[in-house]
Design a binder for this molecule. Structure first.
Ligand code: AMP
Ligand code: ZN
Length: 140
């Protein structure tokens, strides 16, 4: 297993510091966030250390992400909600504080006061096509 000795989530995955684990599988674990945005807020992490999503091998990502449906299902029953967000931050500007890939699963209910300022913009003429062309070059 690839671990970073300075990483708090690697230490949690190794059992070297305590966490309230809710799911334990060969490639991933999930545990309660110590600073929950709502009761039942959990973090799903790969056992191996990857700082960012784009550094994960696709097959490892796939096996970790495959746990999200059943975790999301359990989360709703535990928290007594019928809504939740899956949030995954990459990079400081995106709000990532812990440099080990993690998915937040956050129970939601009406009026909970959580949420984004979703300041949607629009594209100037031609810009969307330029961006799509650039994606095509990189993803071919
Ligand atoms: P992010 O801002 O996406 O990097 O989120 C990091 C999350 O990790 C925060 O919500 C913290 O509350 C949570 N966190 C940090 N340390 C621990 C810990 N030892 N156990 C559980 N959750 C933690
Ligand atoms: Zn780590």
């Amino acid at each position: 297993m690839a671990a970073d000795p300075n990483c708090i989530f690697c230490k949690i995955a190794a059992g070297d510091i305590p966490s309230t684990t809710v799911l334990d599988s060969p490639l991933a674990i999930a545990f309660l966030d110590v600073g929950p945005l709502a009761d039942g807020h959990v973090l799903l992490i790969p056992r191996d250390h990857y700082e960012r999503l784009d550094q994960m091998p696709a097959d490892v990502f796939g096996q970790v992400a495959a746990l999200l449906p059943k975790l999301g299902s359990a989360l709703q029953r535990v928290a007594g909600v019928d809504a939740y967000n899956v949030l995954q931050n990459n990079g400081a500007a995106a709000g990532q504080e812990v440099g080990h890939v993690h998915f937040h699963l956050i129970p939601r209910c009406p009026g909970d006061g959580l949420g984004y300022r979703w300041n949607a913009k629009s594209y100037a003429a031609g810009r969307a096509d330029e961006l799509a062309a650039r994606f095509s070059e990189l993803l071919d």
